[in-house]
Design a binder for this molecule. Structure first.
Ligand SMILES: Cc1ncc(COP(=O)(O)O)c(C=O)c1O
Length: 375
């Protein structure tokens, strides 16, 4: 394969390109003051202070108590902490109403805590059925855990309605907000707990965050044991530069957020129109969706050649399927929405953001045009 000279990156949902000035700011702080935040010296106390400032920032942003904000290593761990909190508070929980759109780490956390996922119905809108949830609640109220916005489809779930239903039936409602956090104005009031991850917004790897409200709190809530960091909720020396980076990246993302969303929406509209002209089907086209995410079915079955062809042109996108041992699996999100496995194997995800320019969009569209004609 030829090496492209320039990369046109369209996989922001996998990881956001790093915001270098933010990383430098965080690492400068660490280089100058590398002291273990748990130490007894005033230098250590100073670093603990920086973590508390970050915690206060996220607490103010979400409206959650400071002690309910816990930093960990990544989104996967943040999901595990979230479910650990719920299970500790409600130890009799053996099942949860959830969606077919969750990330594997969410299902895995449920499994680890002996909680069976009861998947809500959906359809080609990619939205979970709130009517079905109501019926299920009337029959048997259970905790609810629904991804805020799908990592593949980009569909934003009806958080307010689900939250109201959860309150009506006095059950907790938690969300994996990995893809929505910092990318849209979020409604934190509707949920009792959420998880997010720094690298999804340009903070670089190394920091996940779990937020829980008072109603999920227990004294012993925690995941890792063996140290009293993070108020006893997550043992292990804190990844100070990543925590700082996450705070700075969030602040930067939320600055002029609506302008960024509008810019993305313009790009999305333009790309989708071109893709539809080429015979692509936009998944959940008319549903509320993240402004920077397009999930579509290409009109040809040669997905691998297509992805490789784009890569040769420097255009990086992702598939809507998980690749295990080189065997491609159909996206379970799509099959849950009523697509056949065959159709689901033609899915590609295009995700972009603040660093995307017109020339990237042109390269993407040209690549699609040439390859769909050629293959
Ligand atoms: C919705 C969702 N949840 C959880 C994760 C896991 O996050 P991390 O990669 O930070 O562990 C991801 C990452 O792709 C995701 O998209």
């Amino acid at each position: 394969m030829k090496s492209p000279t320039k990369i046109h990156y369209f996989d922001y949902n996998a990881t956001h390109p790093p915001n270098f000035s933010i990383l430098e700011r965080a690492w400068d702080s660490y280089k100058n003051e590398f002291f273990n935040p748990s130490g007894a010296s005033r230098f250590s106390l100073g670093n603990q202070g920086k973590i508390e400032v970050a915690r206060k920032y996220f607490s103010n942003l979400s409206g959650y108590p400071m002690r309910g904000i816990v930093f960990s290593s990544t989104g996967t761990e943040a999901n595990h902490l979230l479910i650990a909190a719920l299970k500790l508070k409600f130890p009799d929980t053996t099942a949860m109403y959830t969606s077919p759109f969750e990330h594997a780490s969410f299902y895995s956390a449920l499994n680890m805590h002996g909680i069976k996922p009861v998947l809500l119905k959906t359809d080609k809108t990619g939205l979970v059925s709130v009517d079905e949830l109501r019926k299920l609640m009337e029959y048997l109220p259970l905790p609810v855990g629904i991804i805020y916005a799908g990592n593949e489809t980009g569909v934003i779930q009806p958080m307010e309605e689900i939250g109201a239903l959860a309150r009506e039936f006095s059950v907790p409602f938690v969300t994996d907000a990995m893809q929505s956090f910092g990318k849209m104005i979020m409604n934190f009031e509707s949920v009792d707990g959420f998880s997010c991850s720094g690298h999804k917004i340009g903070a670089g790897p190394g920091c996940g965050l779990t937020g829980i409200r008072e109603n999920l709190e227990t004294k012993d809530w925690g995941f890792m044991r063996g140290g009293n960091q993070e108020n006893g909720h997550r043992a292990g020396t804190e990844n100070l530069p990543s925590i700082l980076s996450f705070q700075f990246a969030t602040q930067s993302k939320l600055e002029n957020l609506q302008t960024k969303v509008d810019r993305n929406l313009n790009f999305r509209k333009k790309i989708e129109q071109e893709l539809k002209n080429l015979g692509c089907e936009i998944v959940a086209e008319n549903s509320p969706r993240l402004s920077h995410t397009i999930f579509c079915l290409i009109p040809i079955p040669e997905l691998d050649f297509f992805i490789m062809g784009l890569e040769e042109r420097g255009v990086i996108i992702s598939t809507g399927s998980s690749c295990k041992s080189r065997a491609r699996n159909a996206s379970t999100a799509l099959t849950a929405m009523g697509y056949s496995s065959e159709d689901a194997l033609r899915a590609v995800r295009i995700s972009f953001g603040d660093g995307t320019e017109e020339e990237d969009i042109e390269a993407l569209i040209t690549g699609f045009k040439e390859l769909i004609k050629q293959l």
